[in-house]
Write a new protein. Structure first.
Length: 348
C-alpha cells in the first residue's frame, strides 16, 4: 500500500510500504477514506522536533473496517469508524476516569507497538488499529459525504478544542478568549460557544480565519498580538479580563498572552504542544490564575461529538479549506506550513 513518510525536515514522500494485517485478536484493519495534516505534524516537518530517521506520519483518519480480530466485539466489517489520535483500551484505570490519552496500554500512530508490530500512520491507504474495541468509534452506516470532513475533525482538532474548553471550565454566560486561530483554536471557539459562552473572543490576524471564527460563534475578534492584543482584550472586558482562556498554540508568547488576559480566579485551558513555555508562577499565584489541560483524551468526547455532527448541531469540518489526493501529501504539508491553508484533508 501507499503511505506518507517524513524523511527529513520538509521532505515528505508517499511510498510503497508493506500492507498491514491483523496481528492480534484485538486488532482491526481499516481502509482509510479520509485523513489530514495536523498542526502538530508541522513541528517535525519544520525541523523544530528532531527527525532522526524516516518515519510514518499522520494521526487523524476515518475509514471503513475491512477485517476484525477474533476478540473484537463492538465492530464489524463495513462499519464507518473515527479513530482518535491515540489508541487506547478504554478499560484501564486512566481510561475509566476519562483520560484515554494516558492509557496504560495505549500508544500513537506511525510507530511500533509494545510487541514490535507496526502501527500504521493515518496518512496512508490502510491502518492496523490495535485495541480496536477501545479505540474506534463507529457510526455503523457510512455517513453522507458532506459529513465526512466534520467526522474527520473529531479525530483530533474538535476534540482537542473541546478539551481546552473543558479544562478552562467554560460555563454558561462566561466571557471566553481563544488564543490561536489554527484548526484547534477555531474548534475551541466552536466548543466555547456550544458550552454556552456568553461572549467568545477569537484572537486572529487573518481575515479568512476571523470569518470562520465568527461563523463558529465568536462574538468579538482581536487581531493584535502580544501586549497590544492583551490590551485589546482588557479593553473589551472593561479591564477585568476573561472568565476562561483557551490556549491553542503552544508557544511561550501564546501562553503569556493567555495568562495575562485571564481575570483573577480564571483558568487557562491549554492544549497547544508546549515549545519554549515558562509559566509566570508568581503572577499566577498572586492572581489565583490556574493552568489546566494537556494531551486531549479525544476518545472520551467522541460519542457526544459524533452525535452532534450527525444531528447537524456542529460542523467543524469547515476548518478544511484544501483537499488533495494522497499522492500530493507534500503539498498538503507545504500549504499549511506556508499558511495557505488552515487544515488540509487528504484522500487516499
Amino acid at each position: 500500500m501507499k503511505a506518507t513518510i517524513l524523511h527529513a525536515p520538509r521532505d515528505i514522500r508517499v511510498e510503497e510500504v508493506d500492507d498491514p494485517a491483523i496481528q492480534r485478536p484485538t486488532d482491526a484493519l481499516v481502509r482509510v477514506t479520509a485523513a489530514c495534516v495536523c498542526g502538530s505534524d508541522l513541528w517535525p516537518y519544520r525541523g523544530i522536533n528532531e527527525v532522526a530517521r524516516p518515519r510514518r506520519i499522520g494521526h487523524e483518519f476515518v475509514g471503513i473496517v475491512e477485517e476484525v480480530g477474533t476478540d473484537v466485539r463492538s465492530l464489524r466489517p463495513g462499519d464507518f469508524v473515527i479513530a482518535p489520535f491515540l489508541y487506547s483500551d478504554n478499560t484501564c484505570p486512566h481510561c475509566q476516569v476519562g483520560m484515554q490519552s494516558a492509557c496504560s496500554n495505549g500508544g500513537g500512530w506511525g510507530g511500533h507497538d509494545s510487541e514490535g508490530f507496526m502501527v500504521d500512520g493515518g496518512q496512508g491507504e490502510y491502518v492496523r488499529v490495535p485495541l480496536a474495541d477501545g479505540t474506534l468509534v463507529s457510526t455503523r452506516e457510512v455517513p453522507d459525504e458532506k459529513q465526512v470532513p466534520s467526522l474527520l475533525a473529531l479525530s483530533d482538532v474538535m476534540g482537542t478544542g473541546w478539551h481546552a474548553a473543558v479544562a478552562a471550565g467554560v460555563r454558561e454566560g462566561d466571557t471566553v478568549a481563544v488564543v490561536g486561530d489554527g484548526a484547534v483554536g477555531l474548534c475551541g471557539v466552536l466548543a466555547a460557544a456550544q458550552m454556552g459562552g456568553g461572549r467568545v473572543i477569537g484572537m486572529s490576524r487573518h481575515e479568512s480565519r476571523q470569518r470562520l471564527a465568527t461563523s463558529f460563534g465568536a462574538t468579538d475578534v482581536v487581531s493584535e498580538r502580544g501586549e497590544a492584543g492583551e490590551a485589546a482584550v482588557r479593553d473589551l472586558t472593561d479591564g477585568v479580563g476573561v472568565d476562561a482562556v483557551l490556549e491553542c498554540v503552544g508557544t511561550g508568547e501564546a501562553m503569556q498572552t493567555a495568562i495575562a488576559i485571564a481575570r483573577p480566579g480564571a483558568t487557562v485551558g491549554y492544549v497547544g504542544v508546549p515549545h519554549g513555555v515558562e509559566l509566570p508562577v508568581r503572577d499566577m499565584f498572586a492572581r489565583n490564575v490556574g493552568v489546566a489541560g494537556g494531551v486531549a483524551p479525544v476518545r472520551a468526547y467522541l460519542p457526544r461529538l459524533r452525535d452532534d455532527v450527525l444531528n447537524g448541531v456542529i460542523s467543524p469540518g469547515a476548518v478544511f479549506d484544501l483537499e488533495v489526493p494522497l499522492a500530493e501529501a507534500a503539498e498538503a504539508y507545504a500549504a499549511m506550513d506556508e499558511r495557505r491553508a488552515i487544515k488540509t484533508l487528504i484522500r487516499p
